[in-house]
Design a protein. Structure first.
Length: 160
């Protein structure tokens, strides 16, 4: 697998920082955090974090905003003291009713309306949590971030 495109990661972070609607970005994670997270994912039958996703989390280990939430490797504190579950917990919830022999789907983020961001077969998918219908697919997490912010910023401006 090729190394993550750092220019794309930088562009995605810039898009978040310059979006019309602001997001909260947690500090980045280090190697130890990824070793623990990937070990736990492996223990529960999940694939390792995608390299480009890990590259993003090195800069912002969890992103919360009005357009989407990129999950953290563990729980993430929210306004008012609530706790947003991490990747493993959200993935376990998403997969609880899946066939035992089906490959487990890694859930890496959420959007409003019961939509989740999954990673399967080398792509990121925007999926309805209930029906499992795929709305959009992207080759990288950066592509998802840049496209989503551009589309939703445009929609906000048109509705303003």
């Amino acid at each position: 697998m090729p190394a993550p495109d750092t220019a794309k990661t930088d562009a995605a972070l810039s898009a978040i920082q310059n979006a019309d609607a602001k997001s909260y970005m947690r500090p980045g994670a280090n190697d130890l955090v990824f070793r623990v997270c990937n070990s736990l994912l492996d223990e529960h039958g999940y694939p390792q974090l995608p390299e480009d996703f890990e590259a993003l989390l090195r800069h912002a280990c969890g992103i919360m905003g009005p357009y989407f939430t990129i999950l953290s490797t563990g729980g993430m504190e929210m306004a008012g003291g609530a706790l947003q579950p991490g990747i493993l917990e959200v993935s376990e919830s998403f997969n609880q009713w899946a066939d035992d022999d089906a490959p487990k789907t890694l859930v890496l983020g959420k959007m409003s309306g019961g939509v989740v961001i999954t990673h399967q077969s080398g792509q990121y998918h925007i999926v309805d949590e209930t029906s499992r219908d795929v709305f959009r697919s992207y080759d990288s997490i950066a592509d998802f971030i840049i496209d989503t912010i551009a589309r939703l910023d445009k929609a906000r401006r048109q509705n303003a």
